[in-house]
Each structure stands twice: as structure tokens, then as C-alpha cells.
Design a binder for this molecule. Structure first.
Ligand SMILES: Nc1ncnc2c1ncn2[C@@H]1O[C@H](COP(=O)(O)OP(=O)(O)OP(=O)(O)O)[C@@H](O)[C@H]1O
Ligand SMILES: [Mg+2]
Length: 295
């Protein structure tokens, strides 16, 4: 089971080049697509989900040519868009039954059974008779997953599913998602580092429409082993440190500014060594990319 994306490029009519020669191979399991706002994640996902066209490139899922046989792909696809738009004035159960019907589960008893099982799985069975427009953000996301899972899809695409969830809901959602990768290709986009490190066995980092890096989250982290340093400074000293060191990021911790520096050797005796995180790897990549762009 395998999704391949080859040399995909897309420029929107307003001139924004959202995808630049994107190539990826994605195998069974959970794949994380990580990138900042505007990186091109949703564009790529909508294209794979057959909802928009490209200027160049092709996509294959097993033996389906996705861009040429969109109706074949839709039979095996589950898709949770980043934005659902308007929540209809119907109950969760009604809408799931309707979607199941459209996906070809025509036998009434089977349809009811599948829908009930899914509602149980996402912990919405008790509120199945409530209208969707009365659901909280977390309940809506769980509903979204339920509809994406109807009819046992083999390719599941979820676009920033954890955005806007509180920590408890996010945890519940992680548990739900972690089961999915067992028998399908699952692509999850996010700009939350924790999503990727918790859930994904493979990932790609994309920025400005380009694939910057692919690999396993732990290997990407390990590539910075022994090279990440941290120091608390006064805010006013940021510029002088940035001039002297490769400061990939800064953040406030208990009122002090903490800077993270990448260096083969200890920068000087005032720094402490730190275990690299995926976020460090990401900021390091962005730093290098900006340096290259500035040349
Ligand atoms: N329909 C559209 N028409 C014109 N430009 C668009 C359209 N959709 C997206 N863009 C632009 O294309 C670029 C990529 O957008 P996209 O939504 O794919 O990014 P994203 O990684 O999903 O971002 P986010 O994290 O904010 O969801 C952005 O510059 C965006 O403004
Ligand atoms: Mg998006």
C-alpha cells in the first residue's frame, strides 16, 4: 500500500505558487505533513483528495492514477478538511447515515450498524441525536473523523485535526488517530510539533510550497544530537547573540528570554547542552533556508 506524489506544482490564479515540484512516497501508517501557515499543506491535501487540479505532476495510490481516475480514488478515500464550513442543522446520526448511503453502503441494516459502531468509537453515541450546530469544537472534530472513517477507507487525509482542541480533547483525538494507521495510509497535516512526534512514524517538512526534509521524526531529531545549546539572556542582548551565534529560536521562560543555538562545539561556557527536539530541527531548517534565500 503506497501513495506516490511526483513533481506536483500549482500556482493559483492570483500568482501564489503554493506547490513547487513536490515529490513524496508515503507508505502504510501515519505520515505527518509539517509546516507553517501558508506552507502549502492544505493545497497538497486537497489535490490528493481530488478536490482541485494541478499544473504539473501526477499522483498514484496503489494502481489508481489519482488525477485521471478521481472517482476510483473517492471510493477508498476518507477526508477531513481543515474547515468544514457550515454545520448543518441535522443530527450527527442523520448526517452519517446520509454519507454512508452516498459512499455506497446501501443496505439499511448494515448502514445503521456501521454508523452506530463509529459513533461509539469517537465517543459521540450518547449525543448522536443532538444537532451538529450545537456541538463543541472537539465534538465536531470527532464527528469529522467519524465521517472520514465511514466505509473503511484505505487512504485517510486529515488536515490539521487538532487545531483548536484543548489538551484533553487532543489526547482523546490522538488515541483515536493512532488506531487508524494500522490498515491504511494516513496523512496528517499540522503545525503542532507534538502531533508529529506523538503520532507519526514518517514525516515531511514543507515550507513555501517545497519539501524541505523527509524522514522519521526521531532520526530528524537525532541529526542534531550534541549540537543544540541553550542560554537565558536579557531581551536586549538578543541582537548581539544573533550576531555571534546561530540562534535558531527564542522563547520566554519564567520571564527570561531563552535562546537556542546550533553549534558543533559548545558556543562558550555560558551555554547548556540541550536534547534536540523536532521543533529545533524545524527551526534549524528554516534558519538555513532563510540564509540561502538571503544570498
Ligand atoms: N484558493 C486559493 N487561491 C489563492 N491562493 C490560495 C488559495 N488557497 C491557498 N492559497 C495560498 O497558497 C498558499 C498555500 O496555502 P495552503 O492553504 O495550502 O497552506 P497551509 O500549509 O495549509 O496553511 P495553514 O497552516 O494556514 O492551513 C498560501 O500562500 C495561501 O494564501
Ligand atoms: Mg491548511
Amino acid at each position: 500500500m503506497n501513495l506516490t506524489v511526483n513533481h506536483l506544482s500549482k500556482t493559483y490564479p492570483n500568482g501564489v505558487q503554493a506547490l513547487k515540484n513536490v515529490s513524496l512516497t508515503i507508505r502504510k501508517g501515519m505520515f505527518g505533513l509539517f509546516g507553517q501557515n501558508g506552507a502549502g499543506k492544505s493545497t497538497l491535501m486537497r489535490t490528493i483528495a481530488t478536490l482541485q487540479d494541478t499544473d504539473e505532476g501526477n499522483i498514484h495510490f496503489n494502481d489508481i492514477d489519482v488525477l485521471k481516475q478521481p472517482e476510483e480514488l473517492r471510493k477508498v478515500l476518507g477526508y477531513l478538511p481543515q474547515e468544514f464550513g457550515v454545520y448543518p442543522n441535522v443530527t450527527a446520526e442523520e448526517l452519517l447515515l446520509h454519507i454512508a448511503d452516498m459512499r455506497g453502503i446501501t443496505q439499511k441494516g448494515e448502514r445503521k450498524e456501521q454508523v452506530a459502531a463509529l459513533l461509539n468509537k469517537v465517543n459521540l453515541y450518547d449525543v448522536r441525536k443532538k444537532r451538529l450546530d450545537s456541538y463543541s469544537g472537539g465534538m465536531r472534530q470527532r464527528f469529522g473523523i467519524a465521517q472520514a472513517l465511514l466505509a473503511n477507507p484505505k487512504l485517510i487525509i486529515v488536515d490539521e485535526p487538532t487545531a483548536g482542541l484543548d489538551p484533553m480533547e487532543r489526547n482523546r483525538f490522538y488515541n483515536l488517530l493512532s488506531e487508524l494507521g494500522e490498515d491504511a495510509v494516513v496523512i496528517l497535516s499540522t503545525h503542532i510539533v507534538e502531533d508529529v512526534s506523538t503520532l507519526c512514524n514518517d514525516m515531511a517538512i514543507i515550507g513555501h510550497g517545497e519539501v524541505l526534509l523527509t524522514g522519521k521524526p526521531d532520526e530528524i531529531e537525532a541529526s542534531l544530537n550534541g549540537k543544540v545549546w541553550e542560554k537565558a539572556i536579557e531581551k536586549t542582548d538578543l541582537q548581539s547573540h544573533s550576531n555571534r551565534f546561530k540562534v535558531i529560536s527564542n522563547h520566554f521562560h519564567m520571564g527570561k528570554m531563552m535562546i537556542t543555538v546550533v553549534s558543533e562545539e559548545v558556543p562558550d561556557g555560558t551555554f547548556f547542552k540541550k536534547a534536540p527536539t523536532l521543533e529545533d530541527a524545524y527551526f534549524n531548517l528554516l534558519y538555513d533556508e532563510q540564509k540561502t534565500a538571503a544570498l
